[in-house]
Design a binder for this molecule. Sequence first.
Ligand code: NAD
Ligand code: TYD
Length: 372
Amino acid sequence: MVYLVTGGAGFIGANFVKYLLKKHNDIKIIVLDNLTYAGNLGTIKEDLEDPRLIFVKGDIKDPEIVNDIFERYPIDYVVNFAAESHVDRSIENPQIFLETNILGTQNLLDIAKKHWSTGKDDKGYPTYKEGVKYLQVSTDEVYGSLGETGYFTEETPLDPRSPYSASKTGADLIVKAYGETYKMPVNITRCSNNYGPYHFPEKLIPLIIKNILEGKQLPVYGDGSNVRDWLYVEDHCKAIDMVLLKGRKGEVYNIGGHNEKKNIDIVKLTISTISRFMKEKPEYRKVLKKEEGDLSWICDELITYVSDRLGHDQRYAIDPSKITRELGWSPETKFEDGIVKTIRWYLENQDWVEEVTSGDYQKYYEKMYGSR
Ligand code: NAD
Ligand code: TYD
């Protein structure tokens, strides 16, 4: 099988590329990524040496580049991870979110349709090459925000609140439209918040880890009571692979691990885990950017409550029973294990953090949080 993985130099896309290379032998993967601030070749450095992987630097909105890829390689699957993905940035500058997330998706669909079409059926609908599929990687944020109870199912009405989630909803609707109007073989997956290695440190968990190691304050929005449903990234990758191979054409699948946590609890758990690591394994202390002392400064006093995010969604929680029932997927990594694995990965991969946060990141951080 030949995969076109867009956004494969970003957090989840890169983890997916690594997952595919480990799981399947006889594959070819074309990664298309234009390497925004969030995409880094360092993330797939070792994978680039694998002869099964080809990297193309380019924009998903660019018809020529995407067309050229389809002309050169017999693409079977398109898995679209490429997106502007950070809610806070979408509040600052919505336009690029609409351009990349909606128009980029439409461009990929158009070119896939052109190359996959084999003719027309008796009602005039296009017919397609056997076995091809377009999978849109979406988010639970398209469903809006929950109160204290209830879960998002695939039938929950779409109700996005942020420019980011509105753009992802727009993209989902375009994918659905191509599935209905042109009978294209498509799937949409809607996953909850991911965590794990290679997560860009503007998102909550890696940002908190980075700040603790630097002895900086930990910015918690509002009162810290917002709830997210966390899933280890490899479990997400496994679900996407299953939907590609076995998902029913045209269907939406929610992906989540029944693992709801309040932000403040995530922050406190990260502090206590790092503090424990530093005590148990003194060799980790070399990554601290602050004078170690007695390490008592690695404590909840680092937490600082800052102004709330505009339109901050209160709670996300996924009901994943459809993908469990139909495809046999269930999350394998318990949060207690996943968060320890993740924190250990960051302690052992500070070179990666430094590489991806040089330049643009500093400007963004200062704008968002000042020089705290
Ligand atoms: P990310 O920001 O880490 O990576 C996005 C990647 O897309 C980067 O490599 C970037 O360079 C690339 N990209 C951006 N614009 C591009 C363009 N115009 N052309 C080509 N490449 C472009 O994002 P992520 O967290 O890995 O998320 C991947 C996908 O999963 C996104 O579609 C996101 O909406 C979705 N998602 C993310 C989460 C999460 O918790 N991170 C949860 C559910 C769904
Ligand atoms: P984030 O990782 O940006 O993911 P999303 O907004 O897509 O869920 O944020 C996760 C939660 O953490 C969200 O409720 C906002 C909150 N948050 C903070 O409290 N402080 C921060 O510095 C960041 C980046 C997020």
